[in-house]
Ligand binder design. Structure first.
Ligand code: SF4
Length: 364
């Protein structure tokens, strides 16, 4: 039987938290106090919420669990990237990665700390370059398990997490309701955990939910995991392209921008001899100009440890010379290009890798 996580306090969207407190016969300001303990003071239990009446704390503990996941492993990379392996109530593992930006502030600290969050255990899509894909889909994460990743990672770091991306394990658009519920909690203006403009949802191209996100005027940002500009190649790399091809995707992106006015980001991993030609540059520039956008060009990290076969086994990183030439040519065509560095390469901080690899050097 499918596992359903018990109700965690972190599952509750702001309006539900208020309702739960009201149902306990408590005045409205108690909901605000509870919310402060959870999200401002990053409390670890109901017990320590000292300004809540004991009876209310007991009722909360009887009705809700607290953290819906626990820290199992934590690994720190030489470049400051931190990779967390979290264990869920059903003993499944997910990973969450904290990535410091390379740009520094006046104090010499990275300007941004971005948390890359998982939305599913495994993933049902079969992108050939992705380690998570080999896990298949185990289940969707609950909203509380998504919020919990943020709160536990924040407790583990002395600095405030400034940005968040749904780019960990899983396709967030296939767990849309729980992802958006988590966004509502984390961006609740009363809590000030993180602003919506600092959250990015990355999708492989689930067109129906790009349209839904536009219709609902969600204020977070959208990124498209693109990687190819020819349908044949994109379908080989990302079979979801069979369901929604590049034409469908392009139209959905235009629809999204026209509704929200929010620029989009394209992610483009460079594979040797597959998508790194001058023709690819031109096609990418053409798409990038359709709506205000930027392109993240990303080096490929091989996933040999998953023992890939067939097409997946043939994928190779493009050479540094071709990588640099690709970027220069894109920029010459007036495309805004960011180079995603190899953050956390030494701890395999890419899609799905810690949950699969059994590396011993662990710092907890
Ligand atoms: S790249 Fe993303 S969407 Fe594709 S299989 Fe991996 S986790 Fe799923």
């Amino acid at each position: 039987m499918a596992y359903t996580p018990p109700d965690s306090i972190f599952d509750l969207a702001p309006r539900e938290l208020k309702q739960a407190v009201a149902e306990m016969g408590q005045p409205a300001y108690r909901a605000q106090q509870l919310s402060e303990w959870l999200y401002d003071k990053r409390s670890r239990s109901f017990e320590e919420m000292s300004n809540l009446p004991r009876g209310m704390r007991e009722k909360l503990a009887a009705r809700f669990t607290f953290d819906p996941l626990r820290l199992e492993k934590k690994r720190v990379s030489k470049d400051g990237t931190v990779k967390f392996l979290f264990r869920l109530g059903d003993e499944c593992d997910i990973e969450t990665v904290l990535i410091p930006s390379e740009t520094l502030n006046a104090e010499g600290e990275s300007k941004r700390l971005t948390l890359c969050v998982s939305t599913q255990v495994g993933c049902p899509l079969d992108c050939k370059f992705c380690a998570t894909a080999t896990l298949k889909l185990q289940r969707n994460l609950s909203a509380g398990e998504i919020v919990g990743q943020f709160m536990l990672a924040q407790r583990e770091t002395h600095r405030r997490i400034t940005n968040m991306v749904f780019m960990g394990m899983g396709e967030p658009m296939l767990n849309y309701d729980n992802v958006m519920r988590a966004v509502e909690t984390l961006t609740n203006p009363d809590n000030q955990v993180i602003g919506p403009k600092r959250i990015t949802l990355s999708t492989s191209g689930i067109v129906k939910n790009i349209v839904r996100m536009a219709d609902e005027q969600r204020p977070i940002k959208l990124a498209i995991s693109l990687h190819a500009l020819r349908d044949k190649l994109r379908t080989e790399l990302m079979p979801i392209n069979k369901r929604w091809n590049l034409r469908d995707l392009g139209r959905a992106i235009e629809y999204y921008y026209n509704k929200t006015n929010i620029p989009v980001t394209y992610e483009y991993i460079l594979f040797d001899g597959l998508n790194d030609s001058m023709d690819d540059v031109k096609r990418l520039a053409k798409l990038a100009r359709r709506v205000p956008s930027k392109v993240n060009v990303i080096p490929f990290h091989p996933i040999d440890f998953t023992n890939p076969t067939g097409f997946a086994a043939e994928l190779k990183a493009t050479t540094p010379e071709k990588f640099n030439a690709f970027i220069a040519q894109l920029r010459a065509l007036d495309v805004t290009v960011m180079i995603r560095s190899s953050s956390g390469k030494d701890i395999e901080a890419a899609c799905g890798q810690l949950a699969l690899s059994n590396t011993p050097e662990i710092v907890v």
